[in-house]
Design a protein around this ligand. Structure first.
Ligand code: F6P
Length: 535
């Protein structure tokens, strides 16, 4: 049953969409020369240009009306208050507390979690300083030279992406590696290069029950023990980040080596927590603090900026428009920054695990489509592979372009070329090339149909002053809050992920058949056939 409070707002949005859908961005730009001034917003180091979206001022009126009807602000207050808005897991959602100053009060109702957050940060700082300063050593007295983060999903993607993005801040003399896949091809070649005397494993698993992470952690422990003839190897070479202290102890990691996670931090929102330990080891604790401060600045903006100036809310509303009104099924993300090459993969989990749902908060089938397929890669690489489809494939695919004003690795002439390409692509996608323009450019008549570009492909461009820990923190928190707003607008719980469970259960049921037992009789013909072929 659609919520009667929001029904009129959706209906008037759809009625407006029916009039605007046939219009081309060329016309919209011609009619409204101040589109850039009117459809761009800034906060901190970020400028967001959404003038190339297929909207008018009236569209924004309707979208903001929807946000009011869905009570986005009320839900934000509930989240801050510590209400269990993750209702299917009966949990609060307080990742903003992880980057808030000690003097803040979060949750706003009930006991503050800030003293614990800051005590944990102090422990993390002390640990990082011990590794960087060389006072924490391996069992044989060697300095730690390599850190291996063992985790998957939110316990891998965020930290891996941030460490990659901030490579310019990499600590000297310490290499940080990430291993997530249970495929031995991930861990084995790395172990072959590492020295067990100077390697530290950081096992990151909120549940400490995730098959992939435990398989890798056990293999790493066995590798270490095989190379160590005596002494307290595990306690000098393993630390854990988890909320399951019983399981970490059972694994053999002493409590002093465990950094605890609380249940009010969701995996895909956790890079600000001790899950970010490998980031802090990679870039140094003060840079990790700058990352937190950047995210906190975006939190402040999200919580205080009026709706019309609010970047996360605007980004969310534009997605709603593209998905539910323009009919987009997928969304491309193109950072014109090699350092941000892992950003699309990180966003895939953040968005698709949060809002890739078709049952609403009341347990009813949703009336509307929610999360599109998120994909992308660093520019300009994508231009030489899939951009063809964006230009002439005939499907509406909204895009986010992320450009850096300053290069993080400047090489003479490179950055201007990179920016020129990013700007050119968003303009070419928006405005295309008509047959008349192709002819005027001297294209032979036979080729005109192939050299015509329909355009009208919507995009938002995010311009970041530079890529540093603070600006990256702002960018990531922007997307986190966007996802929160989208979930409110679609009336889904962004913080559970029941959809990943079935496959995990089935894998445990199939495992014995791959270890020599006979196939269970109830299996479908396809799986049975494949298992038999493997046996
Ligand atoms: O299977 C999905 C998931 O639960 C993610 O939500 C989570 O980030 C990931 O697995 C890893 O979970 P954990 O940190 O408990 O190992």
């Amino acid at each position: 049953m659609p919520d009667p409070k929001t029904r009129p707002a959706w209906q008037s949005l759809f009625a407006h969409a029916a009039t605007l859908r046939p219009r081309h961005l060329r016309e919209l730009f011609a009619e409204h020369p101040r589109r850039f001034e009117d459809f761009s917003l800034g906060s901190g180091a970020l400028l967001m240009d959404f003038s190339k979206q297929r909207i008018t001022r009236e569209t924004l009126e309707h979208l903001h009306e929807l946000a009011r009807a869905c009570d986005v602000e009320g839900w934000r207050e509930r989240m801050l208050a510590g209400e269990h808005i993750n209702h299917t897991e009966d949990r609060a959602v307080l990742h903003m507390a992880l980057r808030a100053p000690a003097t803040a009060a979060l949750p706003t109702r009930g006991e503050s979690v800030l003293p614990e957050v800051h005590a944990t940060l102090a422990r993390l700082r002390e640990f990082c300083e011990a590794i960087h300063g060389g006072s924490w050593r391996g069992h044989s007295g060697d300095r730690i030279t390599d850190v291996v983060n063992l985790g998957i999903g939110g316990s891998d993607l965020g930290p891996r992406m941030v460490s990659r993005a901030l490579a310019a801040y990499q600590q000297p003399d310490l290499k940080v590696h990430y291993v997530s896949n249970m495929d031995g091809a991930d861990l084995a070649p790395l172990l072959a290069r590492l020295n067990p005397r100077s390697t530290l494993f950081v096992v990151v698993s909120k549940t400490f029950g995730t098959q992939e992470t435990l398989a890798n952690a056990r293999t790493a422990r066995a590798w270490l023990q095989a190379h160590v003839s005596r002494g307290p190897a595990v306690e000098r070479h393993f630390v854990a980040v988890s909320s399951n202290l019983e399981a970490t102890a059972e694994f053999g990691i002493p409590p002093a080596n465990v950094f605890q996670l609380r249940d009010w931090v969701g995996g895909r929102f956790s890079l600000w927590s001790p899950v970010g330990l490998s980031i802090a080891l990679a870039i140094g604790f003060h840079h990790f603090e700058a990352l937190l401060a950047g995210a906190h600045a975006m939190d402040q903006h999200f919580c205080t900026a009026p709706a019309r100036d609010n970047l996360p809310l605007t980004l969310a509303l534009l997605d709603i428009w593209n998905i539910n009104c323009i009919g987009a099924h997928s969304h491309g993300v193109f950072p014109y920054s090699q350092s941000l090459e892992l950003f699309p993969a990180y966003l895939q989990q953040l968005e698709m695990e949060s809002t890739g749902k078709s049952v609403d908060r009341q347990g009813q089938p949703m009336e509307r489509k929610s999360c599109p397929i998120i994909w992308g890669s660093a520019g300009t690489n994508g231009q030489h592979s899939f951009f063809q489809l964006l230009h002439q494939g005939g499907q509406p695919i909204p895009c986010d372009f992320i450009l850096l004003k300053e290069a993080d690795f400047p090489l003479a002439g490179h950055h201007a070329q990179l920016l020129a390409n990013g700007l050119a692509q968003s303009a070419a996608l928006a405005f295309g090339q008509t047959a008349a323009e192709a002819r005027a450019a001297g294209i032979p008549e036979a080729l005109v149909p192939y050299r015509t570009f329909p355009g009208n492909q919507p995009s938002t461009t995010l311009l970041l002053e530079r890529l540093d820990p603070g600006t990256l923190g702002q960018l990531l928190a922007l997307y986190e809050h966007k996802v929160f707003c989208q979930a409110v607008l679609w009336n889904v719980n962004a913080f559970d992920q029941w959809g990943v469970e079935l496959g995990k259960q089935m894998a445990s049921q199939l495992l014995p058949s791959l270890q020599g037992e006979s196939c269970p009789a109830h299996l479908d013909a396809s799986t049975r056939g494949l298992l038999q072929a493997l046996q």
